[in-house]
Design a protein around this ligand. Structure first.
Ligand code: CTP
Length: 135
């Protein structure tokens, strides 16, 4: 019998897509056979980060969906729905950046939880600040 494919799920805003985003998705994909990515809704991003994203959720979804290592994307409407999303996509592994270390350990009852180190010295916030400061 063929083994079941291993599904990995991860979440993020992925606004002003940068190399830190690319690397976390590459490393998440390497942990399984199928990578599903929840991209934060515009409204969720506004609540979470206190600003409108530069690129709309439709644009951010389009960018993430086009990546070779990404198999499926969906809009993450609420931070409170992680368990539902893990179950809906039958995820075997939840991947989060290590800035969230420990925060998702409750899901170890239903899947593996892996925290990956962030790429140093780059973030969407820093890029927006850098671009805004350039005249
Ligand atoms: N990420 C990463 N390395 C970075 C930046 C982000 O590994 N330097 C990862 C995050 O840990 C997360 C995913 O990329 O798993 C999406 O993060 P997101 O919050 O969209 O990106 P940031 O650049 O951190 O955005 P912001 O500055 O707005 O918080």
């Amino acid at each position: 019998m063929r083994p079941m494919p291993r599904t990995v799920i991860t979440f993020g805003t992925f606004d002003v897509f940068h190399v830190g985003h690319l690397r976390v998705l590459q490393r998440a994909a390497a942990l399984g056979d199928r990578l599903v990515v929840g991209v934060s809704a515009d409204a969720l991003n506004l609540r979470k980060k206190g600003r409108e994203p530069v690129f709309s959720q439709a644009e951010r979804l389009e960018i993430v969906a086009a990546l070779r290592m990404v198999d499926e994307v969906f809009v993450e409407e609420s931070l409170e729905l992680k368990r539902e999303y893990i179950e809906r996509y039958a995820a075997d592994v939840l991947v989060m950046g290590d800035d969230w270390r420990g925060r998702f350990d409750e899901f170890r009852e239903i899947c593996e939880v892996v925290y990956l180190p962030r790429t140093p010295a780059i973030s969407t916030t820093a890029l927006i600040e850098k671009i805004s400061a350039t005249d």
